[in-house]
Every structure is written in C-alpha cells, then in structure tokens.
Design a protein around this ligand. Structure first.
Ligand SMILES: Nc1ncnc2c1ncn2[C@@H]1O[C@H](COP(=O)(O)OP(=O)(O)OP(=O)(O)O)[C@@H](O)[C@H]1O
Ligand SMILES: [Mg+2]
Length: 308
C-alpha cells in the first residue's frame, strides 16, 4: 500500500531525510518515531504530496506521489501536526466544506458528516462553533476532516500532541477503531509507549536516517540482548548497588525512583542466583522482576547507537 524507495530531501545545505526506504502492506500500522528535527514531518509531507522529494520515489496504492499527486490525494487522509481551524464556522459546516473540496456528492454529505462525527465522538457538538471546542475536541475534529473521504491511507503527524492523558487514551481507542476498519496508517510521535499497543510495525528515525524499521516483535528481539531487572528492597539501596555492581552478569546498577535498576546480561539461572545472593547478603527483597522491553527502551538503545 505504501512503497518508499531511497527518498531524499535536502533543504539548502541540510539533509532532512536521507535514503529512506519503507514498504507497508494494507492494514499495517506504522509507528514513526524520532526526536525533534529527525525528519518525520518532512517524510510525511512528501507522502502527502505537499513537498517534492530531492530524489527517490514513493507510491501510495501503486500511484506515484510525484507524477500523480491529485490521484494520491483522494486516497490519503493527512493530519498535520499544526492545523488551521476556521472561526465563525460550525462543526458540521467545517466538515461540509472539506466534503465539498473532496467532491463528495451533495446528497451523501449529511450522512458522511454524521458518520465521522459519531466515530470521533463529536456528534453532540455538531452545531457548535469550531472556536467553542477544546484543544482535544479540535484535534478530533481535524481527524474527522481527515476521514471525510474515507481514505485508505492515513498519514497522522503527531495526532496526540497537546492532549491530556485522558484525551490521549480516547484518541488511542479511535486509532484502534481505524485499524479495525482496515486502514493503513503512518503515525508519528515521540511518545513511544503510546504507539506500542496498536502498531505492528515501527521505524526509528534520527537526523534524517531510518536507524531501524520492521515488525515490532522483530525489533524487540533484536534489542533485547540484555535485560533490565527491577529490584525493590526494604532500605539499604546503597549497599545493594555496590554488591550488584560486583556480581556476575551485571553491566550496571542504579537507583531510580525508590527502586534499583540493573542492566543484566546473564541468563535466567544467573538471574535467580542474583536474587539469592541479595537475600543471603541480608538484604530484604520486596520484589525482583524483569522489566518488559517496550518501544521506549528500543528507542533509547537505538538512538544511543547500541543497535544498528
Ligand atoms: N522548510 C524548511 N526549510 C529548511 N529546513 C527545514 C524545513 N523544514 C524542516 N527543516 C529541517 O529539516 C529537519 C527535519 O525537520 P522535520 O520537521 O521533518 O522533523 P520532525 O521529525 O518532524 O521533528 P518534530 O518532532 O520536531 O516535529 C530539521 O533539521 C528542520 O530544521
Ligand atoms: Mg514534526
């Protein structure tokens, strides 16, 4: 559904995106992760036909974004990181305006508008003025606009930025619904754990370079060479750190928010021995567990150059 080959974008002297290639199948949800200035928006804008690549090609649903931008636009829904909202317009009028821009037949529009308002949980605000909506509601309205022409592919650039924790959870539920509808989605973020639930693929970009990309599970396996242990003790943390630092398989030990965190390269048996050693040294162990690798760990490891 999305095919990117050696995409490159240069702004004057700066290489914002370098030799980026990616293939996504229909129904893939791709988490596009990277720090500020990494090149996420630049890449997404090239796919959205809003920015011409310096070199390379990209196809959406088999259509060349450079050669046939008009045809691509009918198939994509692009939600920019910063979007304009028109004042003095009611919610339904705003959507009707975009429905018209996408040339939806007039007699279909009221039904389609109700559909997207229901999906984004804004139906109760249909007759409100856009400026009366909260930030989170405006974000959902922008998503409703992005869905109005029922695109196969969604390009969502940091759609959860500026939302409170509750609104983030709500919008996540919405993404899961879109996933269930079979949409192919690229979603960018620097808030990584948020993407882990519903992305099946992920790519990490930094300084214009895609450092890793692929199935979430493959990438997790690739970076989980070492595990992180979390140990909670009844006091004595300082002594525990120096004991742990001298133990087999321990790469590093530190105190974090009232517990100990240990980078560990040993196997399960060595892990059990480590626990035993702590207890035999007179430390009182409240809990001893292995931290699950999540996208955040992967991101930290990859961007520190620990994985290629
Ligand atoms: N119009 C432009 N002219 C010149 N340089 C630009 C332009 N737009 C972006 N850049 C540069 O390209 C690089 C990539 O920017 P981009 O906006 O794609 O990053 P991003 O990953 O989306 O970052 P963020 O997480 O902050 O949104 C940055 O170094 C940025 O300064
Ligand atoms: Mg950006």
């Amino acid at each position: 559904m999305i095919q990117i080959n050696h995409l490159h974008k240069q702004y004057k002297g700066l290489n914002a995106v370098k030799d980026l290639s990616l293939t996504l199948e229909a129904g893939d949800i791709f988490g596009f992760i990277g720090p500020n200035g990494a090149g996420k928006t630049t890449t997404i804008k090239m796919l959205a036909t809003l920015l011409k690549p310096t070199s390379g090609t990209a196809f959406i649903d088999g259509i060349d974004v450079i050669e046939q931008p008009e045809a691509v636009r009918g198939r994509i829904g692009y939600m920019p990181a910063f979007f304009g909202i028109y004042d003095d317009m009611r919610v339904w009028e705003y959507l009707d305006f975009f429905a018209g821009a996408y040339r939806l037949p007039k007699n279909n529009r009221p039904r389609v508008i109700d559909d997207v308002l229901n999906l984004t949980d804004l139906i109760g605000k249909k007759d409100n003025y856009v400026e009366e909506l909260s930030t989170g509601m405006k974000q959902r309205l922008c998503l409703a606009k992005t869905l109005i022409h029922d695109p196969k592919v969604l390009l969502l650039d940091e759609p959860a930025s500026g939302l409170d924790p509750r609104a983030r959870i709500e919008i996540k539920e919405l993404f899961k619904e879109l996933k269930a509808m079979g949409k192919t989605i690229i979603i960018s973020s620097h808030i990584l754990p948020e993407l882990a639930d519903f992305c099946n693929k992920v790519g990490i970009i930094e300084r214009g370079e895609m450092l890793v990309s692929g199935d979430v599970s493959d990438i997790m396996a690739q970076v989980s060479g070492g595990r992180t242990l979390e140990i909670k003790l009844m006091g004595d943390d300082d002594r525990a750190v120096s004991l742990l630092e001298g133990a087999d398989g321990v790469l590093a030990a530190r105190q974090v928010n009232g517990h100990l965190q240990v980078d560990f390269s040993g196997d399960l048996e060595a892990q059990a021995d480590l626990n035993k050693m702590l207890i035999q040294s007179g430390l009182r162990v409240l809990s001893f567990s292995e931290q699950e690798t999540d996208l955040e760990d992967i991101f930290m490891k990859v961007t520190k150059g620990l994985v290629q």
